[in-house]
Design a protein around this ligand. Structure first.
Ligand SMILES: [Mn+2]
Length: 358
């Protein structure tokens, strides 16, 4: 177990008066142990207890050779893992549950009365994960460096007039060449009207002159995610598209300007959104300004008008305003930032002034 991280989790459990919890999300278990275990539908549980009786429950099909600093309880395919787990817990005390633990496990645990109450305790670990330590910051910088290289290659491919789908396939190869583990999320390449769909699924469309081209990509490198969006224009940018582009760019800059420790997430969202609204495009900016990122592309924590939490130093999140005018033009510009005491460090260095690709 990575002790400094475990300590932070235990401290929050103590504050919340939660004596025990079940951590089941493989990415949370990786965060705490340094080990990826991907058991599919089989039960994987890191049971953490304030008294230190921590145990990792895992199917014997996933043997662990390293010393993770926690006792491992193996079960096999004909045993009942929740019954085994229930023997190790404090039945007369509340039990914290990870938000994505399958309900068939949880209901079984409840039937076994393996806890006096069951509460969703995911935020405990999610909030610890939001603040990155120095090692994590370095890994996030490295992952974003690869993204800067990849987006440059992708933009240079636009004149080849490949379909969106083909661009996606080429990006997989780029990640391999760059030594990344692959995409951190389903990439988006959207031409013209498709660029106006914020979560467009790549299809057989090809680029036309005057199109905006939204490229939203990211990789996983050493288990940490990058995520960046650039929008460029093919051959020329129509007047209205230019106007939209420059508004989104200014909103992105205002969001970054506002991002620092001590500011509320909703105020960062407002810094970008209010500008877009002032310019008359508020109704075309249809999503939150950003999201936390780390081991997962969308970690816990939104940069949205609904999140009144105050930013802490070391938190990493995206600033990604967009304007989407259906059937006409879509523009999104996304950067990742690390918040610190007097501002933020931007992890993406690819230029973002209006670019025409010939
Ligand atoms: Mn993003």
């Amino acid at each position: 177990m990575i002790q400094e991280r475990l300590k932070k989790v235990l401290k929050l459990m103590e504050e919340e008066k939660l004596p025990q919890m079940i951590i089941s999300d493989p990415s949370a278990i990786f965060y705490l142990t340094g080990k990826w275990i991907l058991p599919g539908e089989r039960m994987l549980v890191l049971y953490v207890n304030l008294k230190g009786n921590n145990r990792l429950f895992v199917n014997e099909l996933f043997p662990i050779s390293e010393d993770l600093g926690v006792d491992i309880i193996y079960y096999n395919d004909v045993q009942k893992p929740v019954e085994i787990l229930s023997k190790y817990v404090e039945k007369d005390k509340p039990m914290g549950i990870d938000k994505n633990w399958a309900s068939h496990f949880l209901i079984k645990l409840m039937e076994l009365k393996a806890g006096s109450a069951f509460v969703n305790a995911s935020e405990i670990i999610d909030r610890v994960r939001m603040c990155k330590d120095e090692k994590e910051k370095e890994l996030m910088r490295n992952s974003s460096k690869l993204n800067d290289i990849a987006i440059d290659r992708m933009i240079k491919l636009i004149p080849k007039k490949y379909s969106e789908k083909k661009m996606g396939k080429i990006l997989s190869d780029i990640w391999e060449e760059l030594g990344a583990e692959g995409h951190s999320f389903d990439p988006i390449v959207g031409y013209g009207a498709n660029a106006a769909d914020p979560h467009h699924v790549m299809d057989d469309s090809t680029v036309k002159e005057g199109d905006s081209v939204v490229i939203d990509i990211g990789c996983k490198k050493d288990s940490y995610c990058s995520d960046m969006t650039r929008t460029v224009f093919y051959k020329y940018a129509p007047e209205h598209s230019r106007e939209v582009y420059n508004i989104v760019l200014e909103a992105n800059k205002r969001g970054i300007e506002k991002a620092k420790a001590g500011v509320r997430f909703c105020d960062i969202d407002a810094a970008a959104r209010d500008y877009i609204t002032e310019k008359g495009y508020g109704k075309y900016f249809t999503h939150r300004l950003g999201h936390s990122i780390g081991i997962e592309d969308h970690d816990f924590g939104d940069v949205s008008s609904a999140n009144t939490d105050v930013v802490q130093p070391g938190q990493i999140f995206s600033i990604e305003p967009g304007i989407y005018i259906p059937g006409e033009v879509g523009v999104r510009i996304e950067d990742l930032v690390i918040a610190n005491e007097d501002g933020c460090e931007v992890l993406n260095h690819y230029p973002k002034d209006l670019m025409i690709v010939e």
